[in-house]
Design a protein around this ligand. Structure first.
Ligand code: BES
Ligand code: MN
Ligand code: ZN
Length: 486
């Protein structure tokens, strides 16, 4: 997409779409005034008739055959001005881009008032990309040219970097599982690291054996696709500063293993690497924005299938940190993989860890499709995640880590078992399992089973991979950088 920061009058824009973002109490004001005058008062009549009132996510498309240089006018509602935020501007711009994306090759000029420029551009990138990656004729097209009124080149670049990073996460989630498997994800990560200048270590099977990642290896054994553990390294802080670790579950397909899922529960399980994809997208944006802090991104990549050699119920695994794990359900595989990856994060000296995982259906039952569950061993670090999420408008809700939930994963035959007693509180018993592998490190677990993957489209984003929490992770790391400076 060609991206331009512009300052000319809307009347001068030779584009397919003039997109005017209007606040609900504004009436015909700002850039709308000039256009209204040119159209002989048509917009004022529209407003007075109540056919457009600027309420959030409202949209009104008007054709302008020969009336102006622009071919169409798209009026979009930004809601009340005192509610204006990055999130609102991002979603309204995304909605506009999605509407204009029903055909390719289009040029649009956005007039959204002042502020939130990067957020708006980020949205325009998100709205124009969908899940139809394998269709011969795609149904959703990105804009060919986007002109944003009143922004700087730097704002534009920041918005693009963030939007493209969110879209990278979405693309990795949306690509089908015959294309996306541990080695292919590692390859994509190598390419990314070369492009944006991140350090990278790719652990293949031999290295994983040397490193005692027996838990991760056991889950992977059911598939002919070989596992990988990949570590991305971003150095923006002092040499001796402990890094923040972003850890992602990368199960590129989750059949459930011998605890096999029924087809209905399995059909979308290409999404089970969304945690890893979120870490990858966030690391890209971090590398481009260069906050002054050290960050490592670690992803455990496996495919959970069945074979004559797959792990079984009753198996006892020795994890990398030495704890033994009794397997009582091979479909509770994410926590088993993360056990080893979290241990690597601790060994690398991380002083704060956040992991992201499509970990439990129970979290969906508890909080629905749009809200991520967060669980922690450290109130302050959890508050930092909540603050970052509030800034981006991504929704999180803390679930309690009472010790009683931990008792449920105690095992009679090993140090720990990989499921609780029955289904109740399943998101929390999963987190209690993970907690055993972070030692004393401040840690937050984000269960993104709901928001990572959309069953149906929204006005502003196509169905499929959502890229949820890329923006929050980037915000979190930037907040860590400014705290370190203060
Ligand atoms: N990947 C699934 C969780 C999931 C479910 C993600 C729905 C996205 C949408 C995970 O590996 C899983 O199967 N969890 C089990 C755990 C249970 C066996 C303790 C679940 O939630 O049923
Ligand atoms: Mn599973
Ligand atoms: Zn899974």
């Amino acid at each position: 997409m060609h991206l331009v920061a512009c300052s000319e009058s809307p009347l001068e824009q030779e584009v397919d779409f003039l997109v005017l973002g209007i606040h609900s109490e504004e009436g015909v004001a700002g850039p709308m005034l000039e256009v209204d005058h040119e159209l002989g008062g048509a917009l004022r009549r529209l407003w007075e008739n109540g056919d457009f009132s600027g309420k959030s996510m409202e949209a009104q498309l008007l054709a302008l055959p020969g009336l102006m240089k622009a071919r169409f006018l798209l009026l979009v509602g930004l809601g009340p001005k005192d509610e204006r935020s990055d999130e609102r501007v991002m979603k309204v711009a995304a909605m506009a881009a999605k509407k204009m994306g029903d055909q390719g090759g289009r040029k649009a000029a956005f007039y959204f008032g002042s502020g939130n420029v990067a957020a708006g551009i980020c949205g325009a990138f998100i709205g124009g990309h969908g899940q139809d990656l394998c269709r011969t004729e795609s149904s959703l097209h990105p804009l060919a040219e986007l002109r944003w009124h009143g922004g700087s080149d730097e704002d534009c670049q920041q918005g693009r970097d963030l939007g493209e990073s969110v879209n990278l996460t979405r693309r990795l989630v949306n690509l089908p599982p015959n294309h996306i498997y541990p080695e292919s994800v590692a390859r994509e990560m190598q390419q990314l690291a070369d492009e944006v200048g991140l350090g990278i270590e790719i652990w293949d099977e031999d290295r994983l054996v040397e490193e005692n990642c027996q838990a991760l290896l056991a889950v992977a054994r059911g598939s002919v696709r070989k596992p990988r553990l990949v570590i991305l390294n971003y150095k923006g802080g002092a040499e001796d500063q402990a890094p923040v670790a972003l850890v992602g579950k990368g199960v590129t397909f989750d059949s459930g293993g011998y605890s096999l899922k029924p087809s209905d529960g399995m059909k979308d399980m290409k999404c089970d690497m969304a945690g890893a994809a979120t870490v990858i997208g966030a690391m890209r944006a971090i590398a481009l924005r260069k906050p002054q802090v050290n960050v490592i991104g670690l992803v455990g990549l496996v495919e959970n299938l069945v074979s004559g050699d797959a792990y079984k119920l009753g198996d006892v695994l020795k994890s990398r940190n030495g704890k033994t794990i009794e397997i009582l359900n091979t479909d509770a595989e994410g926590r088993v993989v993360l056990a080893d990856v979290l241990d690597v994060a601790v060994e690398r000296g991380a002083d704060r860890i956040v992991d992201l995982a499509t970990l439990t259906g129970a979290c969906l039952v508890a909080l629905g499709m749009d809200v991520a569950g967060i669980m922690t061993n450290h109130a302050d670090w959890c508050q930092s995640i909540q603050n970052a999420a509030a800034q981006t408008g991504e929704q999180v809700w803390e679930l309690p880590m009472f010790p009683e939930f931990g008792e449920q994963v105690q095992s009679k035959v090993a140090d720990i078992k990989n499921v609780g007693n029955g289904r109740w509180g399943g998101a929390i018993t999963a987190a209690k399992f993970l907690e055993e592998f972070v030692r004393e490190t401040p840690w937050v677990h984000i269960d993104i089973a709901g928001p990572a993957y959309l069953d149906s489209e929204k006005a502003w984003i196509d169905a499929g991979g959502s890229g949820a929490f890329v923006r929050t992770l980037v915000q979190l790391v930037e907040n860590c950088a400014s705290e370190a400076k203060a």
